[in-house]
Every structure is written in structure tokens, then in C-alpha cells.
Design a protein around this ligand. Structure first.
Ligand SMILES: NC(=O)c1ccc[n+]([C@@H]2O[C@H](COP(=O)([O-])OP(=O)(O)OC[C@H]3O[C@@H](n4cnc5c(N)ncnc54)[C@H](OP(=O)(O)O)[C@@H]3O)[C@@H](O)[C@H]2O)c1
Length: 340
């Protein structure tokens, strides 16, 4: 039986769910793939836990609880270097300017021949091309489902299902929170502030909702997808961006009167001038498939040269789904599927 040692960097909401699902699926991996998958290390901002035989649930729970600190010697890149793990799952903060700790961890992991699974977006936004080249050079995978709409298949759809096709363009409702806010404004006639507050009360929006509401989350996803699936060199600053905060009551009233539905749409198009990525507020008519995409539901529509158009709607938008997307990547690695 092949042994797979896993390390998780960032042990917050998503990291903890990834550890929980991993523990739950150990028997399944053994039976289905003859694979002994163990979480041997986890790292938070100032401490970590490590056990070469696999971390027990109790130790993880205690350490993961707020205020509990583990061993401060198990932190940072030195820890990663000495862990001798096979797979890194990166679920730390998304720093869009520098790539943050995620960029350092992913680089270090790839350098030492580990596969890397990114759920955080910072490293991918800042240097997807560099990381992808490094992964290829080392013969390992860099997988990014968790960072590119998670439960909604986007990168797998583009890299596997349309292999050999030319992707002419994609558009999507990539952020559940913004779609929830727009849906509530349309259906209940409440203001954007009220709808954002509602989303926060329901745990859908973060205490600081700007990352989602102001279009950054969608802009990150289209930047990463453009670079990963179209081999483009799009920078986050190249992507035009719209905010749901700007939507007024008057706009809502006029869209309702005209039978239109507002959506925050991220798009990537092949144009004669090159790849164009954008995040726009669009009012779509009832015939548009995104008109029926309500609440936190997401959707993606892909146009290809010879396979025609494909539409996918659905996928949960929550930390469990994000962790599950990372484990989908892990399973593809165990099966030996290489991402290019
Ligand atoms: N939440 C979602 O549904 C979702 C969905 C898709 C993608 N994501 C992305 O996934 C990432 C994690 O999200 P989350 O909601 O789990 O965030 P979170 O709850 O804030 O957790 C972040 C974790 O990162 C740790 N951290 C901070 N600096 C670190 C460092 N230098 N080294 C190692 N760990 C460090 C924190 O440590 P402490 O515990 O010590 O503070 C914390 O455990 C984010 O980048 C987010 O954009 C989230």
C-alpha cells in the first residue's frame, strides 16, 4: 500500500474541514486506491503540529481551538522542508499583493518535489505561471480547484473535459455571496447594505465583506483561470471590476420593470487583441441561463470550437465544499492524473 503524507498550511475554517474530511475518507482511500493517506502536519500563523505517524483527531481539535498554541518550532518553511510530506494543501490567507505565506509555502513544497493543492488565491494571482512552470520542472501537480469556485467545476472542466478543444470564452457567476445579495435585492426589495447584513447574519458573507462584494473574489478567479486554462499573462490589475455595493434601488426598480436580472459576471474571452478578462454587473434577460441562478448558487458557461457550449449550474458555496474541492484534487493526484 502506498503511503501519502499530507501537510496543511493555514488551519482556519477551510483547513479544519479539510482535515476532518481527510480523516473521514481514510478507509475509502485504502479500499479504492490502496492508498494510506495521513495528515502528518498542520501549520497556523505561529505554530504547528507534526506527527510522522499521522495526527490524531483529538490533538488537532485541541490545537485548532481558538487560543490554543502548538509547538512554535513547527511553523514556517523550515517545518515544511523537514516534514518530508508528499502533498501540501494550502489554506492560509489570500494576499493579493505579495502572494503572502501561501506563495512561500507552495514554492517550497514544489521545490522539494511535493504536489501542491491551493485553496487560497494569493499565490496563484501573483505568480501562477512561475508556480506552474516549477511544478512541471519537478514533475509534480499544482492543483487549484479550491481557488477557482471550488464545488463548481471550472478548471477541471477546462483542462480535462475540453482537452484538445479551443476554448473561445467562458463566463460565470463565480461568487455565491454577491449572487445572494443581488437575489435578495431583487426578490425582497431591500438595499445592498441590508442584503449584505443579511448575508453576514447567515454566515454567507465575512465580517469584512469587501473581498466578495467589491468583485475581488470573482476578479481573482478569472485571473487565475485565464492564466491556467488559456496560458495567458493576465494580471489582477488588468481585470475590470464592478461592485455589488454600487447597485441602487432605482436600478433594481428599472431592471424589474424591464424583466431583467442583475448578475455579477466574470468572463474570459479570446479576442484578436488577446485574452480579455472582466468582472461586470450585467442585467440579463429571462432567456439567459444565468437568470435562473439564484441565491448562493454559482454557474459557468463555456464556449468551445468543436464541442459547442456547455453550462454547469450549482455547487455549494461554503468552507466544507471548498475543503471537498481540495480533496477532489488530492484524489486526482493519488489516481495519478497530471494537470497541465
Ligand atoms: N472560507 C471559504 O469558504 C473559502 C472558499 C474558497 C477559498 N477560500 C480561501 O481559503 C483560504 C482560507 O480561508 P478560511 O476561511 O479558512 O480562512 P481563516 O479561517 O481566516 O483561516 C486562515 C488560516 O491561515 C492561518 N495563517 C495565517 N498566517 C499564516 C502563516 N504565515 N502560516 C500559516 N498559516 C497562517 C491562520 O492562522 P491562525 O489560526 O493562527 O490565525 C488561520 O488558521 C483563504 O485564502 C480563502 O480566500 C475560502
Amino acid at each position: 500500500m502506498k503511503r501519502w503524507n499530507v501537510v496543511i498550511t493555514g488551519f482556519g475554517t477551510v483547513g479544519k474541514q479539510a482535515a476532518r474530511l481527510l480523516a473521514q475518507r481514510q478507509g475509502y482511500y485504502r479500499e479504492k486506491y490502496d492508498a494510506d493517506v495521513r495528515l502528518v502536519g498542520a501549520v497556523r500563523s505561529t505554530s504547528g503540529l507534526y506527527d510522522v505517524n499521522g495526527l490524531g483527531e483529538e490533538a488537532l481539535l485541541e490545537w485548532g481551538a481558538a487560543g490554543k498554541r502548538g509547538d512554535s518550532t513547527f511553523s514556517g518553511c523550515e517545518f515544511l522542508a523537514s516534514s518530508h510530506a508528499d502533498i501540501l494543501i494550502e489554506t492560509g490567507p489570500s494576499d493579493l499583493k505579495t502572494g503572502g505565506p501561501g506563495l512561500t509555502y507552495i514554492k517550497q513544497a514544489l521545490e522539494q518535489g511535493m504536489h501542491a493543492i491551493a485553496v487560497s488565491k494569493g499565490a496563484l494571482v501573483v505568480d501562477y505561471a512561475g508556480l506552474s512552470a516549477l511544478a512541471k520542472q519537478k514533475g509534480v501537480n499544482l492543483k487549484i480547484s479550491g481557488a477557482t469556485a471550488a464545488a463548481l467545476p471550472t478548471i477541471d472542466l477546462l483542462q480535462y473535459n475540453f482537452a484538445g478543444c479551443q476554448i473561445l470564452g467562458i463566463e460565470g457567476v463565480f461568487t455565491g455571496t454577491t449572487n445572494f445579495v443581488l437575489t435578495k435585492m431583487m426578490e425582497e426589495g431591500i438595499t445592498s447594505e441590508e442584503a449584505i447584513l443579511r448575508a453576514q447574519q447567515m454566515g454567507i458573507a465575512e465580517p469584512d465583506p469587501s473581498f466578495d462584494i467589491d468583485g475581488w473574489d470573482t476578479a481573482c478567479k478569472v485571473t487565475i483561470l485565464a492564466n491556467a486554462a488559456f496560458d495567458a499573462q493576465v494580471k489582477l490589475s488588468d481585470v475590470s471590476r464592478a461592485s455589488v455595493r454600487e447597485v441602487t434601488d432605482e436600478q433594481i426598480a428599472s431592471w424589474k420593470a424591464a424583466g431583467l436580472t442583475p448578475k455579477l459576471i466574470g468572463s474570459i474571452q479570446k479576442t484578436p487583441q488577446g485574452i480579455k478578462a472582466a468582472v461586470e454587473l450585467q442585467a440579463v434577460d429571462a432567456a439567459h441561463p444565468f437568470a435562473t441562478v439564484k441565491g448562493t448558487t454559482k454557474a459557468v458557461r463555456v464556449e468551445t470550437d468543436v464541442m459547442g457550449e456547455l453550462l454547469v449550474i450549482g455547487g455549494k458555496s461554503d468552507p466544507v465544499a471548498a475543503a471537498a474541492a481540495a480533496l477532489k484534487d488530492l484524489e486526482h493526484i493519488i489516481r495519478g492524473q497530471r494537470a497541465y
